[in-house]
Design a protein. Structure first.
Length: 333
């Protein structure tokens, strides 16, 4: 793998490759026709090598940032997403600064660029086994870095070099990990958007908004909702059991069920950890259960957040100050 500067600088318009071999390789890759995974050849192979066509595929972003969601609240449709809900549970006052006062908070970096690129590799690989997931990662990662450059981001060159290496085992194991976990499967949707009425309580006109990374269906007529999560070495047992973290999948299951009129008993949910620094098992898929009691508890907390948002109640949670960008600024002392 050629060096960071030789790979990145010419692509960002800051220099030329160090040797003709690299330059010719780049030109060759650019001249190759790109495979469109939405075309008829877009099929995946099950464990018995039979081909299963994609039923539905929707493209979208990897999920909105807090800032982009805050901006979207100015539209006529009132919405609440899991991200906004989580933000509120961490600190109602910070939620107010971002979603009501519209103060800038989120900014991209090498980690967000990596996450977006790996997500894109997953999107392309699962419905088409023949796709080179790592090439998708490299192309998307570069595009994200270009955006950061436009924002005058100060790059950590060594981190980017490491990330390019760390992405390889993840990309190499995306499809095989899903196949090992579920066996024969059919892709139902990718990046499916949810924008559903909340009929479980008075939501003051708000709809639930979300993007489901992947939905597949197995021969037993079970639907499996999968959310990709990039991380370093993985999650410990405490985080895997964290109710707020798990409520993301609970909400997705509940509103996906409502949208498609599917019995919740036929829907299962999973997190898929994409581990950058793990020595092995770089893709870990684990199930998160959401029965009626957990769903009711989740909806009760969602209702509480909506009521407080509607009434403008924004209490500071001092336990969340440590990593908050507003801490000890003019906006929050």
């Amino acid at each position: 793998m050629y060096g960071f500067l030789n790979w990145m600088l010419p692509r960002l318009g800051l220099g030329q490759p160090k040797n003709k071999k690299t330059k010719l390789k780049n030109q060759k890759n650019q001249n190759q026709p790109q495979t469109n995974p939405c075309q008829s050849q877009n099929q995946i192979q099950s464990s018995n090598q039979s081909q299963i066509p994609v039923v539905q595929q929707k493209r979208g972003h990897q999920g909105p940032s807090a800032q982009s969601e805050a901006a979207s609240q100015t539209s006529q449709i009132k919405k609440i997403s899991y991200s906004e809900f989580k933000n509120w549970t961490e600190c109602p006052y910070r939620h107010k600064l971002i979603y009501v006062d519209k103060l800038p908070y989120f900014s991209g970096n090498e980690y967000t660029a990596f996450g977006t690129a790996v997500h894109k590799a997953c999107e392309e690989k699962i419905p088409n086994k023949e796709i080179d997931a790592y090439s998708v990662f490299e192309e998307t990662f570069l595009e994200e870095l270009k955006v950061l450059k436009q924002d005058d981001h100060k790059f950590n060159n060594s981190l980017i070099t490491e990330m390019r290496k760390q992405a390889k085992p993840i990309c190499d194991n995306i499809f095989s990990s899903v196949l090992e976990e579920f066996g024969q499967f059919q892709v139902v949707s990718i990046e499916e958007e949810l924008l559903e009425d909340i009929n479980d309580f008075d939501s003051y006109g708000r709809k639930f908004k979300g993007f489901i990374d992947l939905v597949i269906k197995t021969p037993d007529d079970k639907y499996h909702i999968i959310d990709w999560k990039t991380c370093s070495w993985g999650w410990d047992s405490k985080k895997k059991a964290d109710k707020i973290v798990n409520y993301q999948l609970t909400m997705y299951k509940h509103f996906f069920s409502k949208k498609h009129n599917i019995d919740p008993k036929n829907i299962e949910t999973y997190f898929a950890l994409l581990k950058r620094t793990a020595k092995k098992n770089n893709v870990e898929i684990f199930r998160v259960t959401s029965g009626p009691k957990k769903t009711n508890n989740c909806l009760s907390m969602l209702q509480k957040s909506v009521i407080n948002m509607e009434k403008g109640i924004s209490i500071k949670n001092r336990l969340s100050c440590k990593y908050c960008k507003f801490y000890k600024t003019e906006n929050c002392t």
